[in-house]
Structures are given as structure tokens and as C-alpha cells.
Write a protein that binds this ligand. Sequence first.
Ligand SMILES: [Zn+2]
Length: 67
Amino acid sequence: MATVVKCPHCRKPVPWDNDHPYKPFCSERCRLIDLGEWVMEEKRIPGESLPEQSGQDDDDSDPAYWQ
Ligand SMILES: [Zn+2]
């Protein structure tokens, strides 16, 4: 039974397996873009809270991976 997560950047489903070394991102590009945006947002909006990666997603079709 394959676990699938969504790429935090483009929301594309990413199978959680050894074929996807950049998981939870779908690709190295998405990972780098997303990390860059995090850095910029933290500098720009220091008081703003970022979404919790470990929390529950509002999309109930997600697998139970995060729990
Ligand atoms: Zn992506």
C-alpha cells in the first residue's frame, strides 16, 4: 500500500518511496523553491506563523501519514 503525500509547493501527489528522493516535494526544483520562499517569508513577515507540517490537513483524502 503506497503512501502518497502532496508536494508542499505545487500540491502534486508524490509517492512516498525510494524513487522520490526529494519527498515530500515532487522534485528538487520544488524543494529549492519552497525552501527559498520560507526563508524570504520569515525575513519579510517575522511575526506571521507558518502552517504546521505536522498538523492535520483540511483535505480528508490524505493518507494517515501525518498522524
Ligand atoms: Zn512540486
